[in-house]
Design a protein around this ligand. Structure first.
Ligand SMILES: C[S@@+](CC[C@H](N)C(=O)[O-])C[C@H]1O[C@@H](n2cnc3c(N)ncnc32)[C@H](O)[C@@H]1O
Ligand code: SF4
Length: 380
């Protein structure tokens, strides 16, 4: 099977970016010790829910929000709590998401000493005009300094960029992506800008003030991304994720291979395998309400429900098809007793959206860009 990982959500940021709809909040004063204690209680609740048959933890991911606002001691306490509650793998992967505006050498060294062995840095753009437009608190010089610091501190580094930005041309993106690739990080997450409801960008886009590339240009930018990353030895292994082969994010692979994971912290969700059933967990999103619930009930979960076999099979298909490697239909059939029909696969194949190699079904790059269409066509 695909292993077990733990996601820890830190819901605070120094400022809210106008495009972002992640569960992230700006607060003037944060009682960090109290929040970290509450995360510890939710970890205890999760371990108790799994009972004696607790799986070995293979990956841990501190996401956010901005987990790099945390002190090293808080990360260490959380990792200690996990090690007390679960057995951890010898090659445990521990990732922390960092924002260049909160990167400093002493803090990075503390994270490494605490056990973080992979850093994911939110660079977003390599020109000052767009960093401003994206509402970021850092400039290019700070982003590059943070990247260099990350690469001298951690064995494994990933960087995030957002492309298909307003007024971005193919030539500009080529130059910027080349510059990013020259850092030779083993991993890059390259996201097309999406306009999310209830963000300032949504209103600006609706009123016509903020124009983003049309579908055709966005597809061209996606193709350029595939081409440049592949020729730099960092091919796509998922829609937006690129790595040197062997350096994929194991935590994210676990989601996409439909492994099981716990999610703790405000708004985190999880998929636990308890006594042969898949249990979905979803915790309260608003940090203060989440914390009050943890104080009262020992956890902040607002939903823990069994995932029906039909829904689980659908999720499995959806997650696997995000990956370049696609889905092993024989294993899928053995697990769920069903698989997409040959006629449906053939129709998508004719449209150039999927490829078949023995028992492996995968979406082509164009199919990954139109994944909702592919999934809808493969399902009922
Ligand atoms: C939780 S953030 C990463 C860590 C840190 N908070 C930061 O922003 O630097 C996750 C990533 O999602 C991406 N992201 C967030 N909102 C997005 C949007 N609307 N469109 C495209 N990418 C987005 C950004 O690249 C961001 O780095
Ligand atoms: S720093 Fe990251 S999580 Fe926070 S608002 Fe910006 S993109 Fe969202």
């Amino acid at each position: 099977m695909s292993g077990f990982g733990i996601y820890v959500h830190w819901p605070f940021c120094a400022a809210k970016c106008p495009y972002c709809d992640f569960n992230s909040h700006v607060r003037t004063r944060i009682d960090e010790t109290g929040w970290v204690e509450a995360i510890g209680r939710e970890l205890e609740w999760t371990a108790a829910k799994q009972g004696d048959a607790r799986p070995i933890v293979e990956t841990i991911f501190f996401g956010g929000g901005t987990p790099s606002l945390l002190q090293g001691a808080s990360v260490a306490r959380t990792l200690d709590a996990i090690a007390r509650l679960w057995r951890t793998a010898n090659d445990l992967e521990v990732t922390l998401e960092a924002n260049p505006a909160s990167a400093d050498a002493a803090r990075f060294a503390d994270y490494r000493a605490a056990g973080v062995n992979r850093l994911s840095l939110g660079v977003q753009a390599l020109n000052d005009k767009d960093l401003k437009l994206l509402g970021r608190l850092h400039d290019v010089a700070e982003a590059k300094a943070a990247l260099n610091l990350a690469m001298t501190t951690f064995a494994r580094v990933s960087l995030d960029l957002i492309y298909a930005r307003p007024a971005q041309t193919v030539a500009e993106w080529r130059a910027e992506l080349r510059e990013a690739l020259a850092f030779e990080t083993e991993h890059l997450s390259l996201y097309q800008l999406t306009i999310e409801p209830a963000t300032p960008f949504y209103g600006l886009h609706k009123s016509g003030t903020l124009k983003i590339p049309d579908e055709e240009l966005a597809a061209e930018l996606f193709e350029v991304t595939q081409e440049l990353t592949a020729s730099a030895g960092r091919p796509a292994y998922e829609i937006s994720n690129h790595a040197r082969p062997g350096a994929e994010a194991r935590h994210n692979l676990l989601y996409w291979r439909y492994g099981s994971y716990a999610g703790v912290g405000p708004g985190a969700h999880g998929r636990l395998d308890v006594g042969g059933t898949r249990v979905a967990t979803q915790s309260e999103k608003l940090p203060e309400r989440w914390r009050e619930k943890v104080r009262r009930d020992g956890h902040g979960m607002v939903e823990t429900s069994e995932v029906s076999r039909g829904d689980a099979a659908h999720e499995h298909l959806l997650m696997n098809l995000r990956l370049t490697e696609g889905i092993d239909l024989a294993a899928y059939r053995a697990r769920w007793g069903t698989a997409p029909s040959e006629e449906r696969i053939a129709a998508l194949r004719e449209d150039g959206l999927v490829a078949v190699n023995g028992e492996r079904l995968s979406a082509t790059p164009r199919g990954r860009l139109l994944l909702n269409r592919v999934i809808a066509a493969l399902s009922d």
